[in-house]
Design a protein around this ligand. Structure first.
Ligand code: M6R
Length: 620
């Protein structure tokens, strides 16, 4: 949530920061701004609204008024204060010489604000961030740290409570940016004669692949030729250098009209790459994992914590693990988990699923689980992010950067990763024979090619959306593993089309939701394979008849060869045959297209950036 960039080098900082903000706009897009330090002092431009508004403002003021090779920039997702020009970052100090950008929440900002006001400082925004800028100016202008940028920054940092990434720029030090992180992300990009800072690597991926991950409570001072890492007391600290294996193209649209469409089409690769390397010589490997086979064997329950789409992937983990491993799996929305005092111990495996690895609710759930003695295994898509760092072990999904706010490829990759965890547990506990595991794995390996086939339904789904037009509400039904698919389909539609959508277990229909059925209401039904549990299939066929009898229009997703559903489907979308547990990896895809197409039919063209949402939710 919020994208941050910092730069020191020999190029124009304005252009570089603008380009970085463009790539990170998915992190927040209700306002943006850039401050540049150069021979003309410190200059700043900021604007409410999307980045295009900032570009217009830059055109108005003229690029020459923002010359300089040191810059900080920010794209905002508002927490404190409405998205206005004044509340946009950077925030300037009272003397106009210091600028700050910030991601996260300064929890003690009200007390700091009062103190500053008592001292006669006039604050001009409603944000928590501005206090950091004003404190920096005071520390730099008065007392023991006067004139010392670094010590002034450390003084300020030690007064801030909460979770934050902050970047400080000072007019008197045009070749330096000082930054710090506590519980929110910040990566250093190491160039040749230039240094970068970014909330994620998308900020600088075009310029360097060499990066450094910073530990918790780290401060970094960058100049054109060097970076120095400190702790909050100013003592030397270490970072973890790594090479970025995503390329620039992966962070751009690749010919599609939106990142989301590109990412939907990348799903075969996302699943294939996530599975790659985890099965060899008849055995499943969790090779990025610090949990031993003995520990895996010792777990007698699994607890899944996640939010949104990641939670839906976790529901599928429950079906798979309980079926394959025969131990109970509980699942909880991460924001509820720690407040409920769940019963955990050292024989509990907590599976924390997060694309970004930054989701505050999931992170807090991880922390809570660790205090209870549970082992935490993160399933995460973002290398070096906070959740894997604080977990005992990590299984990375290899979906590549997901830019569209609505999760697509990361969701399918999470499902695949969850199944790897399930098979590893089954192997360790001996609840599946090696030949059974091998057979399941071989079917999993067929999934990417089958997703390719499902992608070919795109035009059919477009014509369904065209016929439906701008709908007001939509229901999604499923049974067994089709239920999480129904939830995910409904979530996608809510996010993208801003219309009311609900996912239900089809069996619950008669316990209330059937009252919602009226003439022409579109209802999506995810039908389990008739080759699986026969009763399940016949029950859902009855459910389809019940809703059709009440006038609903049915969009039925069923596997090839399932003829029983044909008489009851207004529209029938076919997916290839696969074992029931794997059907969600196929059945979800048409629902992603459907949500995008209905969104556009409703006039929401910018499906990458749905209103009010941000890609990474780094506040609770
Ligand atoms: O980064 P995470 O996987 O932890 O994010 C969790 C949710 O915020 C995320 O899945 C959200 O629900 C998506 N917008 C769904 O499309």
């Amino acid at each position: 949530m919020c994208g941050i960039v910092g730069y020191v080098g020999n190029r124009q900082g304005l252009n570089l920061a603008l380009e970085a903000l463009r790539r990170m706009e998915y992190r927040g897009y209700d306002s943006s701004g850039i401050a540049v330090a150069g021979s003309d002092g410190l200059n700043m431009v900021k604007r409410a609204g999307k980045l295009a508004n900032l570009e217009d403002k830059i055109a108005d003021v003229g690029q020459e008024s923002l010359a300089g090779t040191t810059a900080i920039g920010h794209t905002r997702w508002a927490t404190h204060g409405r998205p206005t020009d004044d509340n946009a970052h950077p925030h300037l100090a009272y003397d106009g010489k210091a600028a700050v950008v910030h991601n996260g929440i300064i929890e003690n900002f009200a007390a700091l604000r009062e103190e500053l006001e008592r001292d006669g400082v006039e604050l001009v925004s409603d944000t928590d961030t501005e206090v950091a800028a004003q404190l920096l100016a005071k520390a730099y202008n008065e007392g023991e740290t006067a004139g010392n940028f670094r010590d002034s920054a450390l003084t300020v940092l030690n007064r801030l409570e909460g979770a934050f990434t902050v970047l400080f720029l000072h007019e008197d030090h045009p070749g330096t940016v000082i930054a710090a992180r506590r519980s929110t992300p910040l990566i250093v990009g190491v160039g040749d004669g230039e240094m970068f800072l970014g909330s994620d690597v998308a900020a600088f991926i075009e310029h360097t692949k060499q990066a450094v991950e910073l530990g918790q409570d780290s401060v970094v001072v960058i100049t054109a030729d060097d970076y120095e890492i400190l702790d909050f007391d100013g003592r030397p600290a270490e970072g973890r250098p790594f090479t970025i294996d995503w390329d620039l193209q992966a962070a751009e649209k690749g010919g599609f009209d939106s990142f989301m469409m590109k990412e939907i089409h990348e799903q075969p690769a996302a699943v294939r790459d996530t599975l790659a390397g985890h099965f060899a010589d008849g055995r499943v490997f969790l090779d990025e994992n610090n949990i031993s086979e003995t520990e895996l064997k010792s777990f007698d329950q699994v607890f899944v914590v996640a939010c949104g789409s990641a939670y839906h992937s976790g529901l599928l983990a429950k079906y798979a693990i309980e079926h394959w491993v025969r131990i109970p799996v509980q699942i909880e929305v991460a924001s509820e988990f720690r407040y409920r005092d769940p019963v955990l111990d050292e024989r509990t495996l907590v599976l924390a699923i997060s694309q970004s690895g930054e989701t505050a609710d999931t992170l807090e759930a991880v922390r809570h689980a660790k205090t209870q003695g549970a082992k935490v295994l993160a399933v995460c898509n973002t290398n070096g992010s906070q959740i894997p760092r604080e977990s005992d072990a990590v299984l990375y999904t290899h979906a590549g950067p997901e830019i569209g706010v609505a999760s697509t490829k990361a969701f399918l990759a999470q499902v695949a990763a969850n199944y790897i965890v399930g098979l590893a547990l089954a192997q360790a506990k001996g609840t599946k024979f090696p030949d059974e595991i091998k057979e399941i794995w071989e079917r999993l390996e067929e999934i990417p090619a089958q997703i390719e086939q499902v992608l070919e339904t795109k035009d059919d789904i477009q014509s369904i959306a065209d016929t439906l037009g701008a709908v007001q509400t939509m229901l999604f039904l499923g049974r067994n593993v089709g239920f999480p698919v129904a939830l995910e389909g409904a979530l996608k539609l809510k996010e993208l089309a801003y219309i009311h959508a609900e996912g239900f277990p089809a069996g619950e229909l008669k316990h209330g939701p059937i009252a919602l059925i009226e003439e022409d209401l579109p209802v999506v039904v995810v039908v389990p394979s008739p080759r699986g549990v026969k009763l399940l299939h016949s029950k859902i066929v009855s459910n389809i008849q019940e809703i059709r009898a009440r006038g609903a229009r049915t969009i039925v997703i069923a596997e090839e060869g399932d003829t029983a559903v044909e008489p009851y489907a207004n529209w029938l979308i076919r997916v290839p045959q696969t074992p029931s547990i794997m059907q969600p990896l196929l059945a979800t895809v048409p629902l992603q297209f459907l949500a995008a197409d209905i969104a556009r039919a409703c006039g929401n063209d910018d499906i990458d950036k749905p209103r009010n949402l941000a890609k990474s939710v780094t506040v609770e």
